[in-house]
Design a protein around this ligand. Sequence first.
Ligand code: C2E
Ligand code: CA
Ligand code: CA
Length: 608
Amino acid sequence: MKHATIEKAAGADAAPDTQEPLHVLIVDDDDVDREKLSRLLHRCPWRIEVKEAASRREALDLIRTPETRFDVVFLDFGLTDGDGRDLLPPIREELDPDCPIIAVTGHGSAQIAADSIKLGMTEFLTKRMLSAEKVAASIEEGMAWRQDRQALRQAEAELTHRSLHDPLTDLPNRTLFFDRLTQACARARRSGDAFAVLMVDLDRFKEINDSLGHAAGDVVLQTIGRRLRSHLREVDTVARLGGDEFAILLENIATVDAAMAMGDKISQLIQQPVLHDNRVLYVGASLGIALCPQLGYTPTALLSAADNAMYEAKAGIEKTCLARSQQSDDTEALDSKSLLEELAQAIADHAITWHWQPKIDLASATVTGFEALVRWQPYDSGNISPEQLIRIVEQSPLIEPFTVLCLDTVLGQFASVQDAWPGTSVSINVSARMLERPSFVENVLGAIEIHKIAPERVILELTETALIAHPAQARRVIERLRRHCLRLSIDDFGAGFTSFGYLREFTVDEIKIDRSFISRCTQSAFDQSLITCLVVLCDSLGITLVAEGIEDDEVRALLIHLGCPSGQGYGISRPLAFDALQGWMHKWNSTAHPVVEVLPVPPRQAAR
Ligand code: C2E
Ligand code: CA
Ligand code: CA
């Protein structure tokens, strides 16, 4: 490693920063080439500090040295200890996501140049044609690129902030709250960190709003929002869900007593007077509290338990109510060792099955594919839903054999029909934990090869949570799978933390709108607008939009009217045992499926 400071006299124009030297890293295993580039840099019109790395290893050491920063990296591809391009992820992830990286290679071709740009390099230089002017121009390009990226990032951050916060109080909104809650549930499962969810509804707020006007109401909401925020810890989340409803996530609350004490504190904070326009305004609050893990680990269940308790508080004398435990949660099932043993045996015996739900092109009613959905019933542990089964599998070492069995069974069955039903695909659900397994990609590729299936006929469905949990890792896995031509789908779109950002980040082929937006779409103007937006977005991005949960012909007709290309749901077919699929296909293909006459469907209520 060699360090040299190159200083240039005053008079430097267009200097990216005249105060600070420009920190440049050259990665090249050829001493002569490094020297030459260093010399050319010396002739650039800026103060430049160069560090040199003669190998990948040295470059990594430099990148990982604490406090290091580089404004530009010049990168050779062929290094003695590997491909220079492998340095792109560490540079972007560990050093600076916006660092301009300029490729410098011995042999230039249009293909290499195009590949470099595709890989995220900002510029491409060939060693034979290097000159001080070219080097300076590439740095300038790089700096401009960095500025654009930063501006974009900032705009994006603002947009994201807006989409995740309530404009009136600037508190997190429902979406962000739900995301934090989902993460808290995951942490609680993993390491037993207990927490409490509080639903807060203001009392007498409507009276203030009605008698003194919205401005007064707004001041009350803002003041209470600020008060709650400033009296709770940084780790806690205070969100406004809408109207006069707040939700609070309190970390590390393990006991009923601690939760009730916090409830009292919050009530008192809310009851303190609010000053507005020389008036003193008073509101009260009804609180519902749900504890995790006592009430399980499911975000929606916790929220609805807290919500029910809050309604109980509103109706009763006690202004703070605690949600009671429900028997239906799967924690009990999880604790049962015998269930895990039975499940392990079922996997070993291949006694787990997958049902197939057809997916159609809505307008023509042509079958375009099938989604495989797991089915298993233990002998004596009661009913287990697929979601519960997946949660149990995910938390146990059975995840590996389960994934292998899933791929083998589903792809094996698809292999037996793929020739008979050309133009169809098979969709497999992949959970976050499965994606995390190092062997996942090999398992998928292995199964595809064994069963001789064209990879483009396989769609992997990932939920947004799986993408958020480990974005960098998810990206690596997804990129590998895409390189092998598999198709990817985002499942349950809109149900959890929805960000359009990863539509750009992860190249996906399909989006499945969560069925909660479909099932009531004939009655909700909001859901219809959302579907329309997604139709336009997907259309322009070349992504197939799939509606899930189509339960009747009216919904199918409306979706066609809104431009949604494909869908699945009980109204088309329930998930079927594989043996029943052939019969269903025959019947479906020999029946007409006219679109019912319901257009246009007026929103029955503009419910959100
Ligand atoms: P999902 O991926 O969103 O699958 C769609 C679910 O909606 C299925 O529930 C399906 O039976 C149900 N469904 C389909 N059409 C309709 C409809 O018109 N109305 C209603 N109300 N429901 C409909 P299911 O089979 O209970 O599966 C639940 C979830 O379990 C799946 O949700 C998926 O997340 C997970 N899952 C199922 N099989 C697997 C698997 O093999 N691997 C993984 N990782 N997850 C799986
Ligand atoms: Ca799915
Ligand atoms: Ca889904």
